[in-house]
Write a protein that binds this ligand. Structure first.
Ligand code: SAM
Length: 290
């Protein structure tokens, strides 16, 4: 765990009314932004997945705040109260146990309803296990498909992996230690020998990042029943990568003659790929000046 923390240099500026979605550390308590501390200090109400977990974070930074539970079960009760406070011009902070709220964590209904009620919703960016894992994996990051937690049962899990196997992107999954071995075995069965990365306990004492082909990772004794929290990243398949390269080359050529929308239509027809994806890619390529 982190060293004791000295009192933070909190801002004196008053906090604007609104809903603040605040990222918090995924392990190391020092991974918190100064702005996150300002918001937690200035909020009239902090909605937390687990008030004990957030209580420890606040105590470490000597912030006292009104904490209320907002998890899958308590959200139905907590949400109307929070929305009423926001409607009166209050400041509400939403945090999860770790990382960025709403990323496989509760909160989207609150954000949606607050936005629909005309309340300003502020992102307070910071840690996320997904981005932390991607940042050290050494896999392509220009296209990422975040698929969240795989289903717990093998048959459903294999179908779930099959659905994303053809996507031309690095695949990202959340997993818990107890299911890792079964999940890696199913990944190896569906994705074959693709390169993958197991990122475990990031920013914590037993942080480990292991890279290798999926069958090797699936057979690794260290992953048979590891403790802790894990992100698994899988490289795009060669076929999908080849298609992506082919599409880029075709788009780059078409963009020398056509507007992005027309270039996307032409390449979509030629390669049988979705036009919407190609249009996005065409705009990105244009932005990169290619
Ligand atoms: N919203 C969180 C975020 O942005 O990081 C993720 C919440 S999700 C319920 C929890 C999952 O995130 C864990 O099961 C694990 O897959 C991943 N995770 C969280 N902390 C992690 C860490 N320190 N190292 C690796 N994976 C982590």
């Amino acid at each position: 765990m982190a060293r004791p923390v000295s009192p933070p240099p909190l801002s004196d500026a008053p906090l604007e009314p609104g809903l603040y979605v605040v990222a918090t550390p995924i392990g190391n308590l020092r991974d918190i932004t100064l702005r996150a501390l300002d918001v937690l200090d200035g909020a009239d109400l902090i909605l937390a997945e687990d008030t004990r977990v957030t209580g420890k974070l606040l105590a470490a930074y000597r912030i006292s705040g009104r904490l209320e539970r907002h998890d899958e079960h308590a959200a139905e009760r907590a949400r109307p109260k929070a929305l009423a406070l926001l409607a009166e011009g209050g400041r509400v902070a939403l945090v999860s146990d770790a990382g960025t709220p709403l990323i496989s964590d509760p909160g989207y209904r609150l954000v949606r309803e607050a936005a629909a009620a005309g309340i300003r919703v502020y992102p307070i960016p910071g840690p996320s296990a997904l981005l932390a894992a991607l940042s050290v994996a050494g896999l392509p990051t220009d296209r990422i498909l975040f698929a969240g937690f795989p289903p717990p049962k093998s048959a459903a899990r294999r179908t779930f992996f099959e659905e994303v196997a053809g996507v031309g992107a690095t695949l990202a999954f959340f997993e818990g230690g107890s299911r890792l071995a079964d999940s890696l075995a199913d990944m190896a069965a569906v994705f074959g020998p693709r390169e993958a990365v197991v990122a475990r306990e990031l920013t914590k004492l037993y942080e480990t990042v292991v890279r290798g082909p999926l069958p090797e990772l699936a057979a690794d004794p260290a992953f048979q029943a590891p403790k802790g929290e894990i992100v698994v990243l899988v490289a795009p398949g060669r076929e999908a990568a080849a298609t992506a390269d082919e599409a880029d080359a075709a788009l780059a050529e078409a963009l020398t003659r056509l507007r992005p929308a027309d270039a996307a239509s032409e390449v979509a027809k030629a390669l049988g790929l979705p036009r919407r994806d190609l249009y996005r890619r065409a705009m990105a390529l244009k932005g990169e000046g290619r």
